[in-house]
Every structure is written in C-alpha cells, then in structure tokens.
Design a protein around this ligand. Structure first.
Ligand SMILES: [Zn+2]
Ligand SMILES: [Zn+2]
Length: 72
C-alpha cells in the first residue's frame, strides 16, 4: 500500500543547491528510512503510517499511533 517515496528536501544556501534527506521512522520496525511509503491510517485516517521498503515487501504489521489498530 502506498507508493515508495524518497524524502528529499531541496534548498539553496549561499547560491548553492543543497539536498537534505528527510528520515522517516518506519511504523513497523521503528528504523529510520530514507525511502519509504507513507499513507494515512486506513482505520482513523488521522495518523500517517510510514513503512520502509523492507517492511512493505514483507508486509510487516504496523500499529497506528493514534487509534492503536494493527494492520498489514
Ligand atoms: Zn520497517
Ligand atoms: Zn489509526
């Protein structure tokens, strides 16, 4: 569920283009991921669920921090 995204932030500093990675915490394994899939919780829709490619591929379960529902 959810397309994979790369968390990149572009900004200019002293006329130079800088790239910053945005690290997201995977809702399943708790590791920081540069590449992730993000989608709103299918149960409450209020909390964004983040999944790293590994957990997405292995369909690891996640727990919503808002409603506490566990889902694939
Ligand atoms: Zn993960
Ligand atoms: Zn939820």
């Amino acid at each position: 569920m959810g397309a994979l995204r790369i968390g990149l932030l572009y900004f200019t500093l002293q006329n130079k283009l800088k790239v910053m990675y945005i690290l997201k915490i995977c809702s399943s394994c708790g590791k920081q991921a540069r590449i992730y899939a993000e989608f709103p919780c299918p149960h409450c829709g209020e909390r964004a669920i983040v999944r790293c490619p590994h957990c997405r591929e292995t369909t690891n379960t996640y727990r919503c921090g808002k409603c506490g529902k566990v889902g694939p």
